[in-house]
Design a binder for this molecule. Structure first.
Ligand code: IPD
Ligand code: CA
Ligand code: CA
Ligand code: CA
Length: 264
């Protein structure tokens, strides 16, 4: 597809994300219906479903041949990344959305035959719009993000979900050795934080494609390294662990911690 085609896709994607954010913000005036999915800590709200439906319908109108894969069930029949696929998390950080009404994001990654073309992560309440187009850099509210600065483990802030520390000794040791550990509770915002040099790395033992599809494209543009904990390429159709860090830090964590990991 031509550059002009991708310019149009990217403008529409930006507009849809901003429109979705308005719908979410307006929902604070009404009482929210919250349900459990797999367990009482796995929340979903009517807003998660409404926003996904909004994307599905608007994308269909603008690009009838594009496919949509979303957390709340859209495109669950998709088995390959052939063609143009939008991978969407309508609200990443639903627990934060329900409990705090902040620290949640809309995440969108648009792929053509498996190659990342446009990535967006919008931290709605902070009004921070992260955007990247393949080969053209990553931007935060229109300002280009600089290349990542290096950091050693001793100088690094690492984002990690505290629950995972109980399961992985290597992570506990890393958290002890690094300058500090943080947990925001929204994977997309944590990935964006690495891209913006606010965090030096992020590790999760389990994420789904919609959690990282937008972030991967943004991280690629700032030169961060992203793999599974075992050093494999992420699969956009399957859940996996994820390990993200700037170059030298990536090697250091891989060699000194992850390769020596003993699962509990
Ligand atoms: C969750 C958040 C959370 C991460 C979970 C995800 P959701 O996404 O990103 O930070 O630890 O693994 O499922 O369900 O709020 O979209
Ligand atoms: Ca969820
Ligand atoms: Ca998510
Ligand atoms: Ca979600």
């Amino acid at each position: 597809m031509s550059d002009t085609y991708w310019d149009r896709v990217s403008i529409i994607a930006n507009d849809l994300v901003r429109e979705a954010a308005k719908i979410i913000k307006n929902s604070f005036e009404k009482e929210l219906i919250v349900e459990f999915k797999s367990n009482p800590n796995d929340l979903v709200t009517e807003m998660d479903r409404n926003i996904e439906k909004f994307f599905k319908e608007e994308i269909k109108k603008a690009f009838p041949d594009h496919l949509v894969l979303g957390e709340e069930g859209t495109g669950k029949e998709i088995k390959t990344l052939d063609g143009i696929v939008w991978i969407i998390d309508p609200i990443d950080g639903t627990t934060n959305f329900v409990h705090q009404q902040r620290h949640f994001a809309i995440s969108v990654g648009i792929y053509e035959n498996g190659t990342g073309k446009v990535g967006i992560i919008y931290d709605v309440m902070a009004n921070e719009f992260f955007y990247a187009k393949q080969g053209q850099g990553a931007y935060l509210n229109g300002v280009k993000l600089p290349e990542l600065k290096e950091a050693s483990v001793q100088e690094a802030l690492i984002a990690v979900n505290p629950g995972w520390l109980l399961k992985e000794e290597a992570l506990m040791k890393l958290v002890k050795d690094c300058r500090g550990a943080r947990s925001i509770g929204a994977a997309a915002i944590e990935l964006a934080a690495v891209a913006a040099n606010r965090m030096d790395g992020y590790i999760s033992l389990r994420l789904s494609p919609w959690d990282f599809a937008g972030g991967l494209i943004i991280l690629e543009e700032v030169g961060a390294k992203v793999t599974t904990l075992e050093g494999k390429k992420l699969n956009l159709l399957e859940g996996s662990s994820i390990f993200v860090a700037k170059n030298r830090l990536f090697e250091e964590i891989q060699e000194e911690y992850l390769s020596k990991s003993k699962k509990k």
